[in-house]
Design a protein. Structure first.
Length: 79
């Protein structure tokens, strides 16, 4: 689950001008999105016991759409 958050605050400079402060955060909880676990066993011995399980059951990669936490600040002059 991704949580994005933004906060804006306007400051009046003159009657026709204002300065806007913006703080934006994307993926605030920094929740990882893991890829599929490895479900391959390379070899079995004669009694059916796996001999080369390797990375069986391990998650070795992240999902391609995962983006880490990102926070940005900005000032915007509106006239």
């Amino acid at each position: 689950m991704r949580v994005d958050l933004s906060v804006f605050k306007d400051f009046a400079i003159r009657e026709s001008m204002k300065l806007q402060f913006r703080a934006e955060g994307f993926n605030i909880s920094n929740t990882p999105v893991f890829g599929q676990f490895n479900n391959t066993i390379a070899a079995f011995d004669s009694s059916g016991v796996p001999t080369q399980a390797g990375n069986f059951g391990k998650v070795t990669q992240m999902n391609a759409f995962y983006t880490p936490r990102d926070i940005q600040f900005a000032l915007k002059l509106i006239f």
